[in-house]
Design a protein around this ligand. Structure first.
Ligand code: 8YV
Length: 316
């Protein structure tokens, strides 16, 4: 480490300008995504890096981690750690801090927004008006939301925030998760398919992991009611995308609303020609207020590490 100089921080992917400016003020920031030759950069500067800042959807590769021998902390702009190998960080005693708590409301809001927009055909209605079709035809009927059954896959902070909102729509709430949460009154199903069978809206709100990769597959679509919708604000990795596309094409389910994809930002073109899917570019936490709070949270986590204080968003 350079004596008397600011600590070196590696920024893996771009984050919002204000956060980049704040990082530049406090640290010597190296931008991995700007390096023409990543291998050369890592062999010349990797040993200086003490902290990494990355996004939840980007994480950090094992190859890069291996070249950062002094790394002590990873500050994630987000809550997902599925793109970080936590076995390695634990083994190497690298602290990982997430933007805990600050994005829960936004993600839950978007889940309800997707649920309402897809059922009530909001984007189709908008196109219908713009294209002047209203003059000659009555708009097609949509599907009622209030009072319906919502099935949550995952009942962590975000799942619970969605459930609270769904309550306001007089919806029946059930969930599946590895364990029943005894502090919650909602019915729990150990089996995902049982939940899928009994849900008008199956909402994915679980963090991505190796165990739940592709669990929302053809066997799930085949037991969902024909009128049911799939909503995903969690991770694309939980869904078997080719199976979803087939289910949508064959109207096995009514439709889907997706904020996340298996290989984002590349989205399978097969979705584009389907009228029963609503697509969003991973924007569940993308509001000015929340992104500001997430930025502050990244700075606080780094501060905690460098000041030898608590890291507020530390994950165990
Ligand atoms: C962010 C996310 O959109 O929290 C997460 O894990 O995926 C999202 O909130 C992302 O981290 C920013 O790109």
């Amino acid at each position: 480490m350079h004596k008397n100089s600011k600590p070196a921080v590696l920024l893996v992917a771009p984050v919002m300008d204000a956060l980049q400016a704040a990082l530049d003020e406090r640290y010597r920031v190296f931008r991995l995504y700007e390096q023409a030759n990543i291998a050369d950069f890592l062999s010349s500067s990797g040993a200086e890096i003490q902290a990494v800042v990355t996004r939840g959807d980007v994480g950090i590769t094992r190859e890069v981690l291996d070249q950062l021998p002094q790394l002590g902390v990873i500050a994630v702009f987000g809550v997902g750690t599925d793109a970080i190998d936590l076995d390695i960080t634990r083994k190497r005693n690298i602290q990982v801090g997430i933007t805990a708590g600050v994005l829960t409301d936004d993600v839950a809001d978007l889940a309800m927004g997707l649920l309402l927009a897809s059922s009530r055909r909001l984007s189709q209605g908008d196109r219908f008006v713009r294209e002047g079709r209203w003059e000659s035809t009555p708009p097609p009927l949509a599907t009622k939301v209030s009072g319906k059954r919502i099935g949550l896959v995952g009942m962590g902070n975000i799942g619970q925030a969605i459930a609270r909102r769904a309550k306001g729509f007089d919806m029946t709430i059930q969930y599946t998760a590895r364990h029943r949460n005894s502090s919650l009154d909602y019915p729990w199903h150990a089996d995902l398919r049982t939940l899928a069978k009994e849900s008008d809206y199956l909402v994915i709100a679980a963090s991505g992991s190796a165990e739940n990769r592709g669990i929302i597959d053809a066997s799930v679509f085949s037991v969902m009611p024909k009128h049911a919708w799939l909503i995903n604000i969690a991770r694309g990795s939980l869904v078997d995308e080719p199976a979803l596309i087939e289910a949508l094409q064959n109207h096995v389910i009514a439709g889907a609303a997706l904020d996340v994809f298996e290989n984002e930002p590349h989205v399978s073109e097969a979705f584009f020609s389907l009228d029963n899917v609503l697509l969003q570019p991973h924007v569940a936490s993308a509001t000015v207020e929340t992104r500001q709070a997430m930025s502050q949270s990244v700075l606080d986590n780094l501060d905690g590490y460098f000041q030898h204080k608590d890291i507020p968003g530390l994950i165990k």
